[in-house]
Design a protein around this ligand. Structure first.
Ligand code: SAM
Ligand code: SF4
Length: 328
């Protein structure tokens, strides 16, 4: 079987598929308040997304994460999960804002989804609303409980920490994760997409600072745990949960990068921090009955994967894509 290997000998076995650019929230770090979304014909159909997942799987990919935008606003998302679930991937996960999980956690689990990442930046309803612009905290909290009841193999919370906004909630978020017995990762804000709502250089809060805030309450022991993603993990002596840090600024995780992304338009992105892309939608639509053409395009695309990204913490926008287009 062929595998996906780039020019630097890195084997790609993890794919993040964006299933929609739309979302029911408008988080301040992710989107502008007034967004224009893609017309339907530009968006991959569920069948095309399934075809892509199959092609990647045949080329040795054993981990797929569905993301967006918000995956749960896509109609028939449960059917897509069931389709991809049949591939028997080693790991099959979704990143969601949790807003619709109260209804969908159980069907998703039954359709074969194994793990969930749920975004949660604040435990204060007013702040939660301010950060997400439209979200209601209680719905996400109910969604987290529904996910726990549904029996997923893993649940992790994701929090983007911004100075002056939610950095004073780091300890409370860790306490919440401990109480719910779910892992939690803290993410450094990345300069993706032009936003005017806040100045990213002022709000930037490094993983090192977040660790300092946690250490005021808990001992953090470096862990060797690997999620197959970019997070570095720590443990606390008196809890089973892991605390992760995703630090694109302060920890360049490119050396062992094993992943690529596909946008909902079918653009294969070889690196989150670069503009290199391959138009897979064109391949899919030009050769709908020739899966080998798609596999060939994927193998060739590996030559374009750049060695590393070049984010700087000064808030400068290096990538004009918004995160909802990229798939977080
Ligand atoms: N809507 C889903 C959600 O919010 O979990 C999935 C898509 S979202 C783009 C994926 C993750 O990216 C979320 O955890 C979100 O907090 C994070 N994110 C979005 N914009 C970001 C940015 N500029 N910097 C860092 N993380 C960001
Ligand atoms: Fe939507 Fe997720 Fe972006 Fe928030 S981070 S606006 S929930 S896509």
């Amino acid at each position: 079987m062929s595998h996906l290997v780039d020019r630097f000998g890195r084997r790609v076995n993890y794919v993040r598929l964006s299933v929609t650019d739309r979302c029911d929230f408008r988080c301040v770090y992710c989107m502008a308040e007034d967004m224009t979304f893609l017309p339907r014909q530009k968006v991959l159909t569920l069948e095309e997304i399934s075809q892509l997942a199959r092609a990647f799987h045949q080329l040795g990919v054993d981990k797929i994460r569905l993301t967006g935008g918000e995956p749960l606003v896509r109609r028939d998302i449960v059917d897509l999960v069931a389709d991809i679930g049949q591939l028997g991937l080693r790991d099959f996960a979704m990143t969601t804002n949790g807003n619709q999980l109260a209804n969908l956690a159980e069907p998703l689990r039954r359709a074969g989804l194994k793990r969930l990442n749920i975004s949660l930046d604040s435990l204060d309803p007013g702040r939660f609303r301010a950060i997400t612009r439209t979200g209601e905290l209680h719905r996400v909290l109910e969604g987290i409980d529904a996910a726990r009841a549904a029996g997923f193999a893993g649940i992790k919370l994701n929090a983007v920490i911004m100075k002056g906004r939610n950095d004073d909630e780091v300890a409370a978020l860790v306490a919440f994760a401990r109480r719910k017995q779910v892992d939690i990762s803290f993410i450094e804000e990345m300069p993706l997409g032009q936003i005017t709502e806040h100045d990213r250089s002022e709000s930037f809060c490094s993983s090192e600072e977040v660790r300092g805030l946690i250490r005021q309450h808990h001992e953090l022991l470096p862990s060797t745990a690997q999620s197959g993603g970019p997070a570095r993990y720590y443990r606390m002596p008196d809890s089973a949960i892991k605390v992760g840090f995703i630090s694109p600024h302060s920890h360049n995780f490119c050396g062992d990068c094993n992943r690529v992304r596909v946008t909902v338009e079918g653009r294969l992105l070889l690196c989150l921090g670069n503009e290199h892309a391959v138009d897979l939608r064109h391949v899919l639509r030009a050769h709908p009955t020739q899966p080998e053409r798609l596999r060939q395009a994927l193998i060739q695309a590996m030559d374009l994967k750049p060695e590393r990204h070049h984010f700087t913490p000064d808030g400068a926008v290096q990538i004009l894509r918004f995160m909802n287009m990229t798939g977080g």
